[in-house]
Design a protein around this ligand. Structure first.
Ligand code: FES
Length: 121
């Protein structure tokens, strides 16, 4: 669902429609809008799963401060999708744990002293 008109902000100025890949499937959104907005419009609410408790997380602050919306974008983990503009052909993946690997795999990084990293990215 998208806002088409807002009583204060008016009609949104949208870019052209672009396609991108989300977890292996094709989706579309407006060029330049936050990746998170395109995903939300398509009904996607879960962006990542925490490493320790494997709890789902999605948009929380929507201003780039909390890291709950981080995903793997074009192979790069920990991208804040609420403040990252959507572009044609992006590859967006749900992030598992801190490093983008599968939960419980060695791909998830640990702190330098060997302790598991904090649950937040
Ligand atoms: S929702 Fe908080 S950083 Fe994106």
């Amino acid at each position: 669902m998208r806002l088409t008109d807002h009583p204060i902000l008016g009609r949104p100025d949208r870019g052209r429609v672009v396609t991108f890949n989300f977890d292996g499937g094709e989706m579309s959104g407006f060029e330049g809008e936050p990746i998170a907005a395109a995903l939300r419009a398509a009904g996607v609410a879960v962006h990542r799963y925490t490493k320790k408790h494997r709890a789902p997380r999605g948009v929380f602050c929507a201003i780039g401060r909390c890291t709950d919306c981080v995903m793997v974008v074009d192979g790069r983990p920990n991208v804040r999708t609420c403040v990252t503009p959507l572009a044609e052909g992006m590859c967006v993946k749900t992030q598992y744990g801190a490093g983008g690997g599968e939960l419980g795999s060695s791909a998830a990084p640990e702190a330098a002293d060997g302790r598991a990293t904090d649950e937040k990215v």
